[in-house]
Ligand binder design. Structure first.
Ligand code: DI6
Ligand code: FE
Length: 399
């Protein structure tokens, strides 16, 4: 039984100029796109559905979030507006560690329920695939708990959730005087447990003065790869810690943030085929002034993805479409780069080759929009323009 979507314009993101097909049709069967093209060429089908002249794009992909957490950091946000810096608060035991305390104290059900609200908000902004990181547990049981919640969000929602182990997010209080011992625990116990239970699709780390050194991250990455898990890195966000080069050395799927990445680091990302994930919500919330080197990325041919970084500390952002609007304004990305960054390139940043463009053989993950052109996805601020979302060919619930 196949279905043809008709009365639509589409941005396939599989060719130049958004891969636009005016007055097109898309045939879906078994959750897969079987055919697409001008409606005039539509082959015989079992059923047709009119989309009333709306635009269809690949469903959006949010490739970097920390949306499973307990509590919030609104009080810390206020402290920062009164002059404290993010690093000051982190060094005083607040910041990430305050979310760690709340997350450890929360039950699996509480984390699931609050995570589901944020996941649903992301879906309502057009996301059919959302990556979720651990990193607020920072011990074996609580990191496993966070990943189990991510797996449950995948199983019990309409959205495809990809789970990433971020145990090396910050030094847990118990290991303050011996961070290397924590790294040993992550490498020797946590990564093997996560790999054998298939609880994560990748391993991430935070390479920064307030988190882990390049040498510590390298040990985590080696352990991840020894267990068949690809890696990604929070790199060069607040300082140039050589993160881009480190990510490239391990052929990471992505290097994320990159505000302070060096010229050499960008060239290394290009050579390794590592995707740069840009996070304007964190840049905005931290009131940063150094933009990621987008010109150098373009010149070197580094693929650029765009994500919300949804987290309670630096990016309380629950709209992937709003991340596009911010990326165009704060980082001077073109509307087409923003859409590629939340579709084709975001899929690459997650190592997924079955979605991210509208092409025959891809998953039927499609977003339907009330817009006159795809450049409007960056243009409007705070406007709800999503008219429908198909995930593997099925209508997703958006409330
Ligand atoms: N992503 C992160 O992991 C940290 N910064 C960022 O952009 C912050 C997470 C937090 O403060 O809770
Ligand atoms: Fe992050």
């Amino acid at each position: 039984m196949n279905l043809a979507l008709i009365d639509l314009n589409m941005a396939t993101m599989a060719g130049p100029d958004y891969g636009v097909v005016d007055d097109g049709a898309i045939v879906v069967e078994g959750g897969i796109i079987r055919w697409l093209g001008p409606r005039a060429d539509l082959p015989g089908v079992d059923e047709t559905r009119s989309l009333g002249g709306r635009w269809v794009t690949p469903a959006l992909i949010d490739c970097h979030t920390h949306l499973v957490f307990a509590g919030d950091r609104a009080a810390e946000f206020e402290q920062r507006l009164r002059g404290a810096s993010y690093e000051d608060i982190a060094r005083a035991g607040g910041g990430i560690l305050s979310t760690v305390r709340a997350t450890r104290a929360a039950s699996t059900d509480e984390l699931f329920e609050s995570g589901l609200l944020r996941l649903t908000a992301l879906a309502a902004s057009g996301a059919a695939t959302v990556e979720v990181k651990s990193g607020y547990g920072l011990d074996i049981d609580n990191e496993l708990k966070m990943l189990e919640v991510a797996r449950r969000l995948d199983a019990e929602s309409d959205i495809s959730v990809i789970a990433t182990l971020l145990a090396a997010h910050t030094v847990p209080p118990e290991y303050k005087s011996d961070p290397d011992a924590y790294i040993e625990l992550v490498c020797n116990e946590l990564i093997p447990a996560v790999a054998s239970r298939k609880l994560a699709d990748a391993v991430d780390a935070y390479c920064e003065d307030i988190a882990f050194t390049a040498a510590q991250v390298a040990r985590v990455f080696a352990a991840a790869q020894a267990h068949g898990l690809p890696v990604k890195l929070h790199a060069d966000q607040l300082t140039d810690g050589g993160g881009a080069g480190l990510a490239a050395e391990f052929s990471a799927l992505s290097a994320d943030h990159l505000e302070y990445a060096s010229t050499d680091g960008i060239a290394a990302l290009a050579d390794a085929g590592t995707v740069a994930v840009l996070l304007p919500g964190a840049y905005l919330t931290l009131n940063e002034s150094q933009r990621p080197p987008v010109e150098a990325m373009r010149a070197n041919g580094v693929a650029m993805a765009l994500a919300t970084d949804c987290n309670p500390g630096t990016s309380p952002l629950t709209s992937i479409r709003e991340a596009m609007a911010l990326g165009s304004r704060l980082f001077n990305l073109t509307p087409e780069e923003c859409l590629a960054g939340t579709t084709r390139e975001a899929a690459r940043a997650l190592g997924l080759d079955d979605r991210g463009t509208i092409e025959s053989g891809m998953r039927a993950d499609l977003a339907v929009w009330d817009i006159g052109h795809p450049n409007e996805l960056c243009y409007w601020l705070g406007r709800q323009s999503l008219a429908g979302l198909f995930v593997a060919g099925r209508n997703a619930s958006l409330a």
